[in-house]
Design a protein around this ligand. Structure first.
Ligand code: SAM
Ligand code: SF4
Length: 347
């Protein structure tokens, strides 16, 4: 098949025989530069967040092994990936997590290793993760009410444990800690101001994420989240600090209860804002399949390629081809059917 560059694409040109480009920066089909890999280590989880994980037991999985993960990261690094985020499922459930972090850190070209966690194991893991090479941490927490937390995330979710984890992350000196808050209509809209002030106590940024349609629950548009924050005592001002990719920040300040506090507030308007414009990422799910788009249905089965004996060049070519086929925007407004649940894709 002859590959034709999409409108607006200004990446490397195709080869003389019409095949897609094999060198130059890693670009998607719209010419966006891809430098960030989200790598899911497992699709198991000890929580059951209503918007992420189907009810019932974890799937029987066959994830990429530690050597396979190291190989995949090496291929992506040679393609220009500079930042890797380890996610899941719950990445701290993966027994070899610290060794996997060390492997990623030892990969030439990788400059940053981030991890997203539900915080359940953070009190014991924070120092070990930092020593192994994790530089940035995102902890998910949607509410400061212990009962509501269990309603949203399941019986295993304990506020006290997650807060101890966040305190530990702060104590061991992570350069960046973010609090991921999924805003769900009728659940936590009344707590947004308190969650922002809670994050600032630790020098962390609260990031408000629009609910994506992978389960029940109604989203709250980012424009309304900003109005709710203002109504709950958070004054918002523009801030030049850019997020990495589709997230962006504003500076917030509060004087509730006579105590002046301030910090950054982040927004991820996955459903109502120009989320896709700043896309710089590629995902490899727990099943070893590459997803060029979180809200897309196409997958490239890297695990099967690896296990069939593909060379690094063949894997790299499959990665480039999958990214070049990526559309302009995600398909989530059409609903979540046919999309991999977040627990499998890593968010
Ligand atoms: N278990 C870890 C955690 O919860 O942080 C990492 C995996 S989780 C899939 C990654 C992120 O995706 C979390 O911050 C979670 O809140 C978010 N997430 C899951 N389902 C979502 C949904 N339907 N819409 C928006 N964000 C979602
Ligand atoms: Fe588990 Fe994270 Fe999904 Fe919650 S959001 S079910 S903690 S993977």
């Amino acid at each position: 098949m002859i590959w034709t560059a999409p409108i607006g694409y200004n990446g490397p040109v195709s080869q003389p025989d019409g095949a897609p480009p094999v060198n130059g920066p890693l670009l998607d089909g719209q010419g966006r530069k891809i430098q960030y890999l989200r790598l899911s280590l497992t699709d198991r989880c000890n929580f059951r967040c209503s918007y992420c994980a189907p009810m019932g037991p974890d799937r029987q999985e066959d994830p990429l092994t530690r050597p396979e993960l190291a190989r995949v990261v090496g291929v992506f690094a040679r393609l220009g990936i500079r930042r890797v985020r380890l996610t899941g499922g719950e990445p701290t459930l993966r027994r070899e997590l610290l060794d996997i972090v060390r492997d990623v850190r030892a990969t030439p070209g990788i400059e940053e290793i981030a991890l997203t966690t539900n915080g359940h194991a953070l009190a014991t893991h924070a120092l070990l993760l930092r020593e192994a090479g994790v530089t940035r941490l995102n902890v998910s927490l949607d509410t400061l009410d212990p009962q509501k937390l269990q309603r949203i995330s399941g019986r295993a979710a304990t506020l006290e444990r997650i807060v101890s984890g966040i305190e530990a992350a702060f104590r061991v000196g992570f350069a960046s800690v973010k609090l991921n808050v999924v805003v769900v209509r009728g659940e936590n809209e009344d707590e947004l101001g308190n969650l922002a002030r809670f994050a600032w106590r630790f020098g962390a940024t609260a990031r408000f994420i629009e609910l994506m349609p992978f389960g029940p629950g109604k989203p709250v548009p980012t424009a309304e989240v900003k109005r709710l924050l203002e109504a709950q005592g958070i004054r918002l001002e523009p801030d030049a600090t850019r997020g990495w990719g589709p997230a962006y920040h504003m500076r917030g300040s509060s004087a509730v209860g006579g105590e002046a506090t301030s910090g950054l507030v982040g927004f991820i308007g996955a459903m109502t804002e120009n989320f896709c414009d700043g896309c710089n990422r590629v995902r490899v799910g727990a099943d070893g399949s590459l997803r060029a788009c979180l809200g897309g249905r196409d997958r490239a089965p890297l695990r099967e390629l690896i296990r069939a004996g593909a060379s690094d060049e063949e894997i790299a070519a499959a990665v480039r081809a999958a990214l070049l086929a990526k559309g302009e925007k995600h398909e989530m407004p059409r609903g979540g059917s046919g999309l991999l649940p977040m627990i499998g894709s890593g968010g």
